[in-house]
Design a binder for this molecule. Sequence first.
Ligand code: CS2
Ligand code: MN
Length: 378
Amino acid sequence: MKMIFRWFPGGDDSVTLDQIRQIPGVSGIATMLSDIPAGEVWPLERLKDLKKKINSAGLEMEVIESVNIHEDIKKGLPTRDRYIENYIHTLQNLSEIGVKCLCYNFMPVMDWVRSNLAFPLKDGSTVMYYNHEDVLQMNPSRIAKEMFARSEGYTLPGWEPERLKAMAEDIDFYQNMSEEEYWKNLKYFLDAVIPYAEKLDIKMAIHPDDPPFSLYGLPKVIRNAESIRRFLNLNSSPYNGLTFCTGSLGADMENDIPSMIKESVSGGRVHFAHIRNVKHLDNKVFMETAHLSSCGDLDMYRVVKAFHDNGFDGYIRPDHGRMVWGEKARPGYGLYDRSMGITYLLGLWEAVHKGSLETCNRNKLDGGEAYEIDRSLE
Ligand code: CS2
Ligand code: MN
């Protein structure tokens, strides 16, 4: 397992690489060239420069989040082949610089949605907040305006300017597309790209839909245990895998997160984990609280144990943090709360790991074999 941190290059992040390097236990970052419009090739020279910068700060650049998928691919238009070719070309460039894992999503039109990016808590911190009724009442362009107004001047991942221009038209387009058709378009993309991912040794890791239920009549396909099973069966290569985002999937109260982790991790199909907590105030009304179990509805001990005990050896990052201590940063992506999240997650991981070694040694002793409990771990 490697613990990483999301970071945006080109002066588009309030957090610096030097700060990230000082968070104990972090080996690298997940990053992206956010100024390249979806559908265009990421230039090799820029990737090389970026890698140099990251490596000279003492961090690895093995994970990309995300190379966004051109809307024509999701719509299944004849022009998709050109954009798929560009996607493959980008994969080739990423493999040249040693990228091992690529997180992406297949959400139509918009990426994640929240109705309030700075919902105040009693302790003076703010969190990202979602209320389904509010989101339905605000039309998408008002949502986009809110997202901009509250973004502290940073581009919000998934809300890049080129997406917003065509938003209303794109939403209209999907009103006539069935979810089945959307699945077909996803399969078409996977079947074209996964053979290259295999050859280039880049694990593809789709991010679930966030929130994991339909809004504005848009198809949402990666949302629960059944749809994850269906996705993994669309293309059975181990390179066709998941970013298991506990907060996104946890936004549906019906999802049993530890058992979903067990199923997909034990099958070797989870390459990247976003681990965060979520607190439900009602059905489809939730906020993204601090990472601790005591702050939300997910039992983070069981979450981490499910990853650990099923042999997870991919990348983990904390996800959307609160804004605390007066920090001004891109919503969800400040330094302080995510650093606390990392320390907490690594603490859970260590406890689960050492606990499992002790149990294993004890079982061997109970079985009459001459094994000692490893006291150095205590
Ligand atoms: C979200 C997404 O999980 C997250 O942090 O902010 O923007 C996510 O990065 C994308 O959906 C991955 O493609
Ligand atoms: Mn996530």
